[in-house]
Write a protein that binds this ligand. Structure first.
Ligand SMILES: *[C@@H]1O[C@H](CO)[C@@H](O)[C@H](O)[C@H]1NC(C)=O
Ligand SMILES: *[C@@H]1O[C@H](CO)[C@@H](O)[C@H](O)[C@H]1NC(C)=O
Ligand SMILES: *[C@@H]1O[C@H](CO)[C@@H](O)[C@H](O)[C@H]1NC(C)=O
Ligand SMILES: *[C@@H]1O[C@H](CO)[C@@H](O)[C@H](O)[C@H]1NC(C)=O
Ligand SMILES: *[C@@H]1O[C@H](CO)[C@@H](O)[C@H](O)[C@H]1NC(C)=O
Length: 493
């Protein structure tokens, strides 16, 4: 009896193992939507934000199809990494909370194949190259020890304004499902982004001369010829400071009048070059616009020019325009329909608001808006209109789409960055960089070890059966005194 149990257990092992193998394979084959992940850090001037993107693991080497139906997890810490310029070794460790956050989202067994990127923008462009390199190398060290895959040092670097514009353009168009091989490049959208420190404008312009031109190629989709330009110092925070700077009077130091802030506004900590400067609002939109125009320095005698005489071909007629970052702020604040506006519509809500005094504004909006943001709302609305009309010569009746999110996803250049970087990744199918990106590699990874274990068990089973047969024969002889036909054959010469 005991031996029968042994055989049963053995058979069970074999069957169970085969069952496990078949289930694993069946699950995998019937579940081609296995998810792969990528982590991107946006190291900006005021803080660092991490995004965890997810896509169906690729069957061939191609642009990943990032899943945008669900929310993309994101998490931000302050301050920006550029603040570590005097103690760079602390820059890497400062990002630990963001790494921990990303690890909670990604299955542990996939970490070593999950790429990790950090791209730094305007804040880092303003410190010296040596300081940048010290900060970046501290971050690379932290990333290498994080369990994620940092394939190359350049996965952690400072990007140019043009790259930021390119990635922002890719992100916007991807979210509108326009980065496809059945959509003509000229049917994509133009993207204008206004941050705190810089402004980027990017659109397809196949016929332009080779100035401010950048090519972006997705090998399996399309190649796009883009006009892109980044204006450092023309983001909304720097622009307000430029207006204030113009108006500082040498005979009246310590105090300045600013027409772009509401009348009755009276505070310090507005002007970062001199936080003690007292800024008094006068709420004069006409004067505010004059100051902005002077900061733009757009020549009227030049048709293909924008800010400071830089080459700018007009956005092609009929091309849809998306306004990103600060462009969405007036749409949210003034609750504009569909988060979109023409510059005429924008002015119709801005004009009256900017005339209201600060006491009145705080009384009506102070409970729902932080004062440091509230004081900017009038200026932001005026400034977005001036960028559109004066700098980029957009007609007052053209609709600007200014959604903060498309579906559930923030419109952020980081999405463009991961799509582009994954599409350029040097990764031959079957190599470790492509594991989980290539079905056949994964099947081999599951099948070979399991088959080996099965083989071992079969060998063990044969050995055991042989042993059992021998023992059983003895049993038969000693208990019954007869040879069974089976045993008889064994005993025959
Ligand atoms: C602004 O505030 C300061 C400090 O409270 C005060 O001394 C000054 O008179 C105010 N100026 C104006 C123009 O209201
Ligand atoms: C507003 O500024 C403009 C231009 O600087 C000036 O002509 C006008 O008189 C100012 N309006 C008021 C009410 O001060
Ligand atoms: C203003 O624009 C002109 C070109 O139109 C340029 O030569 C000049 O340097 C600009 N001024 C400033 C202050 O940038
Ligand atoms: C501010 O505006 C409100 C509403 O228009 C008005 O009642 C109030 O007198 C104004 N305050 C000052 C100091 O002008
Ligand atoms: C946003 O996400 C929710 C669930 O998280 C989902 O029900 C909804 O359909 C999504 N919206 C879009 C536009 O994808």
């Amino acid at each position: 009896m005991w031996m029968k149990v042994q055989i049963l257990v053995l058979l069970c092992f074999l069957v169970c193992d085969a069952y496990t193998l078949s289930v694993t394979l069946r699950n995998f084959l019937s579940n081609p939507s296995r998810k792969c992940y990528g982590v991107v850090f946006d190291a900006g001037s005021s803080g660092t934000r991490v995004y965890v993107y997810k896509w169906e693991c690729r069957k061939t080497f191609s642009t990943p199809k990032v899943d945008i139906a669900e929310q993309i997890p994101e998490f931000k810490i302050n301050p920006g990494i550029a603040l570590f310029k005097d103690n760079p070794q602390e820059a890497g460790p400062s990002l630990e909370p963001l790494i921990t956050y990303a690890k909670k989202i990604i299955p542990n067994d996939q970490l070593s194949w999950t790429p990790i990127f950090l791209r730094a923008t305007a804040g880092m462009r303003l410190i010296t190259l040596d300081q940048q390199e010290a900060i970046l190398s501290s971050i690379r060290k932290t990333f290498k020890n994080s369990g994620f895959k940092l394939q190359k040092d350049e996965w952690v670097r400072v990007i140019t304004g043009e790259e930021e514009g390119k990635f922002g353009w890719v992100a916007t168009n991807y979210l509108h499902n326009l980065i496809r091989n059945d959509i003509k490049p000229q049917d994509t959208r133009a993207m204008i982004e206004c941050g705190g420190a810089s402004v980027q404008i990017t659109f397809v312009q196949p016929t332009q001369p080779p100035i401010n031109k950048i090519e972006v190629s997705f090998p399996d989709i399309n190649t796009y010829n883009l006009y892109t330009f980044s204006y450092l110092g023309y983001g909304q925070d720097r622009a307000l400071e430029a207006v204030i700077k113009q108006r500082i009077k040498p005979n009246n130091p310590g105090i300045v009048e600013c027409p772009c802030l509401h009348s009755g506004y009276n505070n310090t900590n507005v002007y970062s070059e001199d936080p003690s400067l007292r800024v008094i609002g006068t709420g004069n939109s006409t004067a505010c616009i004059e100051s902005i125009a002077s900061h733009f320095n757009v020549s009227n005698s030049c048709t293909d020019c924008s800010i400071n005489g830089n080459y700018y071909p007009n956005i092609p007629n009929g091309m849809t325009i998306d306004g990103v970052s600060a462009f969405s702020l007036p749409a949210v604040f003034f609750e504009l329909k569909d988060s979109s506006y023409t510059t005429d519509q924008l002015w119709s809500v801005t004009e009256g608001f900017c005339k209201r005094n600060w006491t009145d504004v705080v009384k009506n909006f102070g409970s729902t808006h932080q004062e440091s943001y509230l004081r900017m709302e009038c200026f932001t609305a005026i400034y977005m209109r001036e960028l559109l009309v004066r700098a980029f010569k957009i007609q007052p009746t053209v609709l600007i789409n200014a959604n903060q999110k498309i579906g559930n996803v923030s419109v952020a250049w980081t999405l463009g960055s991961i799509l582009y970087d994954m599409a350029q990744l040097e990764c031959a199918p079957g190599t470790e960089d492509c594991i989980y990106n290539d079905n056949t590699t994964l099947i081999v990874a599951i099948t070979v070890p399991t088959a080996f274990v099965t083989l071992l068990l079969i060998v063990a089973a044969i050995a055991l059966v042989t042993a059992v047969v021998k023992t059983r024969r003895k049993d038969v002889l000693t208990t019954d005194g007869y040879y069974t036909s089976f045993d008889y054959q064994e005993m025959s010469p």
